[in-house]
Design a protein around this ligand. Structure first.
Ligand code: 5GP
Ligand code: ZN
Length: 112
């Protein structure tokens, strides 16, 4: 399958890693939108949030544990934003489930 995040997960495409274990990889976004901008992905290919099921959802809670750990490690005690863009209207460009962990500046709400 021609998926760039699968290739990043298996090392075919290099990335700057922030965290890795058997099921999850966190790496720095190529085009950061904040002083800290990390993408957290399951190593397993799940195409979007819309494809989360009872069978594969455990990795999503694990991703949020990793986000909390990275937030502490990276000194984001003032807070951060976790974003998932799902599908066309959500603005998803890479069709492999990923959560943006962004911090180090003030964010506004509602988001565009
Ligand atoms: P989306 O718009 O799908 O929510 O986010 C995709 C994100 O992946 C974008 O922020 C984009 O900058 C990032 N991205 C796309 N290709 C690569 C890549 O090859 N390496 C890294 N590190 N980030 C990428
Ligand atoms: Zn993939």
């Amino acid at each position: 399958m021609d998926c760039i995040f699968c290739k990043i997960a298996n090392g075919e495409i290099p990335s700057k890693k922030a965290y890795e274990d058997d099921t999850v990889l966190a790496f720095y976004d190529l085009e950061p939108q904040a002083p800290v901008h990390i993408l957290i992905i399951p190593k397993e290919h799940i195409s979007s949030c819309a494809e989360i099921t009872t069978e594969n959802s455990a990795v999503v809670s694990h991703i949020f544990e990793v986000a909390a750990k990275l937030g502490k490690e990276l000194g984001l005690e003032k807070g951060y934003r976790i974003v998932n863009n799902c599908g066309e209207h959500g603005g998803q460009t890479v069709k492999h489930l990923h959560f943006h962990l962004m911090g180090g500046r003030q964010f506004t709400w509602p988001a565009g």
